[in-house]
Design a protein. Structure first.
Lengths: 115, 114
């Protein structure tokens, strides 16, 4: 069965500093990896995805993520955090076939950017 | 906005009642998935519909059922509501058969069971 771990429930960073939100995954075969963001009382917004190719993926709002196959990680990064980045972030994995094609989410990381 | 719309946005039901939640998928998408997000947790997969057929189901009891219509909109039905069914229910649409595409989510329906 596929799974996602987000080891930090909460990440605090000062505005202007770089941020990292960690994610590790487990899946059979090659993974499809996604990051979503959720603002209070809202649905999930797609940020970026890794399917194949370059290990550094660029997405919306200046976010990027680095895929590391040997460490089975897909950490979300941003060079300079904004207060408006404060939200709940979810990493998700999708497998290649059968029931694994469904999205499996991590438990989420609450990012707070301090002014 | 994603183009995925859900109704209603909020709902309060009594334990034992039945509820129907609705979702309109994004134009061009033929696959709808439903997720349950309990407070403080990540979304949990309930089931998926592809071209009007159930195409995968998570670890949810049979009292959770669904439908997909020819226009690819979808319903989630929950019978015999329990207090633990209180959650945000999210609908996501995507292009089925293409696993590398992202899913687009609606704003969710907040269900409270009292």
């Amino acid at each position: 069965a596929q799974s996602v771990a987000q080891p930090e429930d909460q990440v605090n960073v000062a505005e202007g500093n770089p941020l990292t939100v960690k994610c590790t995954y487990s899946v059979s075969g090659n993974p499809y990896l996604f990051w979503y963001v959720q603002y209070p009382n809202r649905g999930l917004q797609f940020l970026l995805k890794y399917i194949t190719g370059d290990n550094l993926v660029k997405g919306s709002y200046g976010f990027e993520a680095e895929f590391n196959k040997s460490q089975t990680s897909f950490h979300l990064k941003k060079p300079s955090a904004l207060v408006s980045d404060s939200a709940l972030y979810f990493c998700a994995v999708r497998g290649f076939s059968g029931s694994a094609r469904q999205l499996t989410f991590g438990s989420g990381t609450q990012l707070t950017v301090l002014p | 906005e994603t183009g995925v719309t859900q109704s209603p946005t909020h709902l309060i039901k009594t334990r034992g009642q039945q509820v129907t939640l609705r979702c309109s998928s994004q134009s061009g998408h033929n696959t709808v998935s439903w997720y349950q997000q309990a407070l403080g947790q990540g979304p949990q997969f309930i089931f998926q519909y592809y071209r009007e057929e159930e195409n995968g189901r998570g670890n949810f009891p049979p009292r959770f059922s669904g439908l997909q219509f020819p226009n690819y909109s979808s319903e989630l039905n929950v019978n015999a509501l329990e207090l633990d069914d209180s959650a945000l229910y999210l609908c996501a649409s995507s292009l089925g058969g293409v696993t590398n595409t992202e899913a687009f989510f609606g704003q969710g329906t907040r269900l409270t069971v009292v």
